[in-house]
Design a protein around this ligand. Structure first.
Ligand code: AHR
Length: 502
């Protein structure tokens, strides 16, 4: 078998401008994401407000544009009013989604303050599970109305003179799911979302709203739920959200790394669903996708919430991510870059501890797992214009998938004309030689070939050994004329950075 992969890039063949909002994440009031994660008053590394500066260092480096807050499933029985005002007066409540006790010590204003420190904005999610249009309007008024109304003056009385000016609003979360408090059909939800979005935009016409689409491509109701909801709300919302988590539950790495074929198919179906409704409504608007939860994760872990109910900040959903997860995440990011013309928001789910690559000990240290570096490199170098790669890779069959390309890649060119090629090698046993033909770019040279790889797909980092799996710059990419030659190590995530010669 010819094992070589050939990739062609042409300066004039582009997918589109990459929206900075695809570099976003998700902070849910879940487990130890917030409490014992980004916020832990009294911790030796916490500032006077309780924000952990050791965690902040890792989150800041990711250069995130937005963080979705406060859920997730959490939002569907959340009363936002519980989380504002004097902390001593905030109620503790049993929280239904994660079966915890929510002390409400970290709410809207704490999220705004932490976001400022982190250099990111917020996607606020409103509760259309137990609540409705009125509470969504109240929260918007509290956040964005300048002054002189009940809720804006309440915000000012809480010490926030300037409005928070939150621009992106999710209209609830995973309403298609049987686990959701307030599950609805697509039509029921679409109708409520449409009216909520309409009212919210009457109060603040600068906001964008996100319709909650299917929670997974494996939902039996996908894509009918999305089509029904869009049919009601198409002209009133700006994005359709989709979610996906991939896992190696079967412990079959070859098949696991192929699962991103389903990500590509999911995204294409979601886009097709939007375009079907666009055509049906004779609409001029093209709906953008908000891929506002994606990651690798074995979602059956969610059942753990029933084991020790009504705890404060228990360890929940703390999957230990490894090298193979780092490659699968890279593959998901490649799919997103290849659809940069339609994905306007993408949130890595989540940021700290729960389903996350940044890990802490409550009262102790902080370290990062291998996929952290996959995302860090993507965020650092994946900006600008997404180029259209034509890829000819050898293929294999896995248990669930046929014709799986061993190599997948995306490429970007930034404002400074730096070219970045992001590539995965799915082959668990062998490295693969790659040739990248550059057409029409002028003269370039290899600046760096960064590789994330490890001996064993299950290798990871721990508190004791935090640098076991870290990227190195010893990749062997070189250029001869217009062609980049490189060997992609087995099961690896690669970033080949090219700079223009003067
Ligand atoms: O990220 C954990 C949960 O997964 C979110 O709360 C929910 O939206 C999804 O099912």
């Amino acid at each position: 078998m010819n094992r070589k992969t050939r990739i062609t890039l042409d300066k004039d063949f582009t997918i589109g401008k990459i929206d900075d909002k695809i570099f976003s994440s998700f902070v849910e009031l879940l487990g130890r994401c917030v409490y014992g994660g980004i916020y832990e008053p009294g911790h030796p590394m916490a500032d006077e407000k309780g924000f952990r500066l050791d965690v902040l260092k890792f989150t800041k480096d990711l250069n995130l544009t937005l963080n979705r807050f406060p859920g997730g499933n959490f939002v569907s029985s959340y009363r936002w009013e519980d989380g504002v005002g004097p902390k001593s007066k905030r109620p503790k409540r049993p929280e239904l989604a994660w079966q915890c006790i929510e002390p409400n010590q970290f709410g809207t204003n704490e999220m705004v303050e932490w976001s400022k420190l982190n250099g990111s904005g917020i996607i606020m999610t409103v509760n259309l599970g137990t609540r409705g249009i009125e509470q969504a309007l109240d929260l918007l008024e509290y956040c964005n109305f300048p002054e002189g109304s009940y809720y804006s003056d309440l915000r000012i009385s809480h010490g926030y003179k300037e409005p928070h000016n939150i621009k992106y609003w999710c209209l609830s979360n995973e309403v298609d799911g049987v686990w959701q408090v307030g599950q609805k059909t697509g039509t029921e939800y679409g109708r409520l979302a449409r009216e909520t979005s309409k009212a919210m935009k009457l109060l603040d016409n600068t906001i964008s709203t996100i319709l909650a689409g299917s929670s997974s491509p494996s939902q039996a109701t996908f894509p009918a739920f999305d089509a029904d909801a869009l049919d009601e709300a198409y002209d009133f919302v700006d994005y359709l959200s989709i979610h996906q988590y991939l896992s190696n539950r079967e412990n079959d790495t070859r098949n696991y790394v192929a699962k991103t074929l389903s990500t590509e198919a999911y995204l294409k179906s979601a886009i097709a669903t939007c375009d079907f409704i666009k055509a049906k409504h004779r609409s001029k608007k093209t709906m953008m996708i908000s891929f506002d939860e994606f990651n690798t994760w074995d979602a059956t872990m969610a059942e753990d919430r029933f084991k020790n109910r009504w705890q404060f900040a228990p360890s929940l959903l703390e999957q230990v991510y490894n090298m193979e997860d780092a490659v699968v995440l890279g593959s998901m990011l490649i799919v997103i870059l290849k659809h940069a013309d339609r994905v306007g928001i993408a949130c890595l789910s989540e940021l700290v501890n729960s389903i996350a690559h940044i890990r802490t000990e409550t009262g102790g240290g902080c370290w990062v797992l291998p996929p952290y570096y996959t995302y860090l490199l993507f965020s650092k170098y994946g900006r600008g214009i997404s180029l259209l790669p034509v890829i000819d890779s050898p293929k294999y069959d896995s248990v669930q998938y046929t014709d799986v390309p061993f190599v997948d890649a995306a490429a970007t060119i930034d404002e400074g004309n730096c070219l970045s090629i992001f590539a995965i090698n799915r082959d668990v046993d062998n490295s693969i030689p790659v040739e990248v033909l550059l057409r029409g770019f002028g003269q370039y040279r290899v600046k760096e070939h960064i590789v994330l790889e490890s001996e064993n797909p299950k290798d990871t980092n721990t508190k004791e050994n935090p640098n076991n799996v870290v990227p190195h710059s010893n990749g062997n990419a070189f250029m001869d004329g217009d062609v980049v030659y490189a060997e992609l190590p087995r099961l690896s995530w690669n970033v080949i950075r090219l700079e223009k010669m003067k």
